[in-house]
Design a protein. Structure first.
Length: 478
């Protein structure tokens, strides 16, 4: 009997040795690459089950040793010097917290939902629902054909928060829906921060009638943009289509603002356009623009200058008109204060009180030229011209019986009298005088030359003296 039992054992060992390279259980043709091939359509492979404490207590575990941990409800294997959770090592379900790093040339993580619901939904009680970080590209990119590319909702924090070092903090694209939609009950719906030259928020709507970004808040700012760089914008909008808006803001409350910009030291709201409107404001019954503080209008064809006046053309386009053109001269030069009888005399004034625009040629010295004591009109417009003249002859016998002052004009080489005013004449015991004021508004052309002349006629045909003043200022430019 013992000989028969021994023979059976030897025979079995021989079979195992012969088939040592491939052992099959439930199959007569095990795989040639497997030491053990277990085949079944009704049963599985059951590995040892134990608690985490029991697994950790295994003495000198071999590399590749496997066990099922009933504490974590997951498979574990021994890897060189530590136990590794098979789920965290690359399984198809997550155990939190989960962290992993890959180096791929394609999308590392992608989820698609073919039904009308969210592909990814993140929720946090105190932190960020979904946080995305990227070294070069967008941290989070959302794309939707008919709904929201990115949608964020927060009770106390930001609905959508984005931060980028070198790329766009937030990048959203929509064909017909909203690129980004965010709602917050008490804080900012969208908060984005960027420390580089790229847009903090980059949203595009290619449909032409949709909205790239929409923010809604019942108690705070729907969208707030902050920028700490030089010549940068917290919120920047570009509209490239016909009738499109770079930034469009709407508020239904009479205490609210469709678009609100605030900056302690820089620009609160900045609008730029090459050929269209940088910032457009419309109000049906209220104020389209309400400015509390200083106002600056410059650039384009506005031509700002010191003392300019803001006016508009027939279409309402505003432009600065340089109305700081004015002068005042007085006191006739004593060397040229004589005035002969019945001879028109040009008045050479002695000093300037002011000359804004340097348009009056004050004569100093002797031998005055033709341009001495003249005003050269710098630009087309309406001017106010005026002054006063006093003429006197010293005589106990003869009296001035006629005197006048004329504003002379030279245009395109032709001289004419622009205006003439007769002076009032009166006699004293030892002298006879004529005096009066003159003032007029006249439309002048750039390049016109203006000066003052006076004349007196008396009984004795004797010479007298003349004095007075002359002033001019631009009323408005054509």
């Amino acid at each position: 009997m013992k000989k028969i039992f021994l023979f059976i054992i030897i025979a079995l060992l021989a079979v195992v040795i012969i088939n040592a390279q491939s052992v099959g259980i439930g199959t007569n043709s095990p795989g040639s690459s497997a030491m053990l091939d277990v085949s079944s359509t009704s049963k599985g492979l059951l590995v040892p089950r134990m608690t985490s404490a029991q697994r950790s207590a295994i003495a000198s575990p071999a590399n590749g040793l496997m066990a099922y941990d009933i504490t974590t409800n997951s498979f574990w294997y021994y890897n060189n010097s530590a136990w590794t959770n098979l789920v965290a090592g690359g399984g198809n379900s997550f155990t939190l917290p989960y962290s992993n790093t890959v180096a791929l040339t394609t999308t590392a993580f992608k989820i698609k939902n073919d039904e009308h619901y969210n592909a990814i939904e993140g929720e946090s009680t105190y932190g960020t629902g979904v946080s995305g970080k990227s070294g070069e590209g967008p941290g989070v990119t959302g794309t939707s054909n008919s709904n929201s590319g990115i949608e964020g909702t927060s009770t106390n924090g930001s609905g959508v928060y984005a931060n980028s070092v070198s790329g766009a903090g937030l990048n959203a694209l929509s064909s017909s829906g909203f690129g980004i939609i965010a709602t917050s009950g008490s804080s900012s719906s969208i908060y984005a921060f960027s420390s580089n030259a790229q847009p903090t928020i980059n949203a595009t709507n290619s449909n032409g009638v949709g909205v790239a970004i929409k923010g809604s808040s019942s108690a705070y700012n729907a969208i707030i943009g902050a920028s700490g760089g030089t010549n940068t914008a917290g919120v920047r909008g570009e509209g490239t289509g016909s009738g499109g808006n770079g930034v469009f803001g709407t508020s239904s409350s009479n205490q609210g603002y469709g678009v609100y910009g605030y900056n302690l030291t820089g620009t609160g709201t900045y609008g730029f356009s090459n050929t269209g409107t940088g910032v457009k404001a419309i109000s049906n019954s209220g104020l389209a623009l309400d400015v509390n503080g200083k106002l600056k209008i410059a650039g384009g064809n506005t031509s700002p200058s010191d003392g300019a006046v803001l006016t508009s053309d027939a279409s309402g386009n505003a432009v600065w008109k340089n109305n700081k053109i004015a002068f005042s001269v007085k006191g006739v030069n004593s060397a040229y204060s004589g005035i002969s009888d019945n001879s028109y005399t040009k008045l050479h004034f002695n000093s300037e009180e002011y000359d804004y625009g340097n348009t009056y040629f004050l004569h100093v010295g002797s031998n005055p030229t033709a341009n001495a004591s003249t005003f050269t009109v710098p630009k087309d417009g309406v001017y106010n011209l005026g002054g006063a003249v006093h003429i006197q002859i010293n005589s106990d016998v003869y009296n001035i019986w006629y005197a006048s002052v004329s504003i002379k004009l030279k245009r395109a080489g032709v001289e004419s009298v622009l205006r003439a005013y007769q002076l009032a004449c009166y006699d004293d015991v030892h002298k006879s005088e004529a005096t009066g004021c003159y003032s007029t508004d006249a439309k002048l052309l750039a390049g016109d030359i203006i000066w003052i002349e006076a004349v007196q006629l008396n009984d004795g045909q004797i010479a007298g003296t003349v004095g007075g003043n002359f002033y001019t200022h631009l009323v408005f430019e054509d």
